[in-house]
Design a binder for this molecule. Structure first.
Ligand code: KG4
Length: 339
């Protein structure tokens, strides 16, 4: 009999529901929240309220698109953490109510593991493009920058991570000081295409091992703007594309240097990328360049799975369901976690 999982994601500012049948994706609906744009970042209380408004229509749409009835569902998988507690509570409470009413199991999912396991979502029954174990996964989002050694779907080790800001945060914060809208990552990506990546130089961290740091880069970017704006109030507008291209190139260099070091030290050539920043065109190009240079086999997710989405939650839930790893209705969401 088929295993049909409904996935629910509500960890930050995207409300998403997806349906997966035996690991094959049937639907993946994502409702973003425009309400945060005016504030230059996610406002937690507004996010939870928007999740409450969105969750039922999003689930209804996911079931309808998948051609699946509520009573066909085998289990519900939901993001338990990490994320914003108020936002997580909406998805968690929904999953509890829904599974109790349908009398089916509930599976709790770690959001970070779900980003990695997005590589196993199949679009058809014959789709076999997923990475073989072990592989390295660069997980880069608004809240995380990690290098993860993935030995199995349930055996992941974080071998490097940011000691301060995440890569997505560096994009967003630098965009904000340039007066660009939130989220800044996609805007910088677009503007960088017209600019010279060598126009400006920013400091790069000198830390041992595979850990990252982006706070020094952010400060170096801020100081450059502060000094140049004193001489020329129109500096940012006049050099926007070059600033974006140089900043993006620096972030990518920092990410790829450590990833390459980890891959060489561990003797691993299967290398994946995941998370919101994996939508970045420069980072995707860098992966292709490194694949050519270091003989990597690379795994780059489709755009729909880069941002927060319930398809990856359903996928993780599917793996856990097969092992009988369910959770009880007493499962509380958690805001922070280490893989
Ligand atoms: O994974 P995600 O959707 O949410 C979490 O942080 O969990 O990642 C959002 C981050 C934001 O910082 C956003 O600016 C960044 O991903 N991002 C990008 C691009 N698209 C999204 N950063 C650089 N280039 C992009 N094209």
């Amino acid at each position: 009999m088929s295993v049909i999982i409904l996935g629910i994601e509500s960890s930050c500012d995207d409300t998403s529901a997806a349906v997966l049948r035996d690991g094959v994706l049937l639907s993946n609906i994502i409702a973003g929240q425009k309400v945060h744009e005016a504030y230059g970042g996610v406002v937690p209380e507004l996010a939870s309220r928007a999740h409450q408004q969105n969750i039922i229509p999003v689930v209804e749409q996911a079931l309808k698109q998948a051609g699946v009835r509520k009573t066909d569902l085998t289990a519900v998988a939901f993001t338990r953490g990490p994320g914003l507690l108020g936002s997580l509570l909406v998805g968690t409470s929904f999953a509890k109510g829904f599974t109790t009413a349908l009398d089916i199991p509930m599976v709790d999912v770690n959001h970070l593991q779900a980003h990695v396991l997005a590589h196993f979502i199949r679009s058809t029954e014959t789709d076999t493009g997923c990475p073989p174990f072990p592989f390295l996964c660069l997980l880069v989002s608004g809240g995380n920058s990690q290098i993860i050694l993935v030995r199995a779907w349930n055996d992941m080790e974080v071998i490097g991570q940011t000691i301060d800001d995440a890569a997505g945060e560096a994009f967003d914060k630098c965009a904000k000081v340039m007066g660009l809208p939130y989220p800044g990552g996609p805007v910088i990506d677009r503007l960088a295409k017209e600019g010279n990546p060598k126009a400006f130089r920013f400091s790069k961290p000198q830390i041992a091992g595979y850990d990252y740091s982006f706070s020094g880069l952010k400060t170096s970017f801020l100081y450059l703007l502060r000094d140049r704006l004193k001489e020329d109030p129109g500096f940012v507008e006049a050099h926007q594309a070059d600033l974006c291209a140089s900043l993006q190139a620096t972030i990518i260099d920092i990410l790829m240097d450590k990833l390459q070091k980890a891959a060489a030290d561990r003797g691993i050539r299967e290398v994946a990328v995941a998370g919101g920043v994996s939508a970045n065109s420069g980072l995707r190009k860098a992966f292709e360049d490194y694949a050519g240079k270091y003989d990597w086999k690379i795994h780059i997710p489709p755009f729909a799975f880069t941002t927060d989405n319930a398809a990856m939650v359903a996928m993780s839930g599917y793996f856990k369901y097969l092992e009988g790893e369910f959770c009880g209705v007493d499962a509380a969401p958690f805001s922070r976690v280490i893989l």
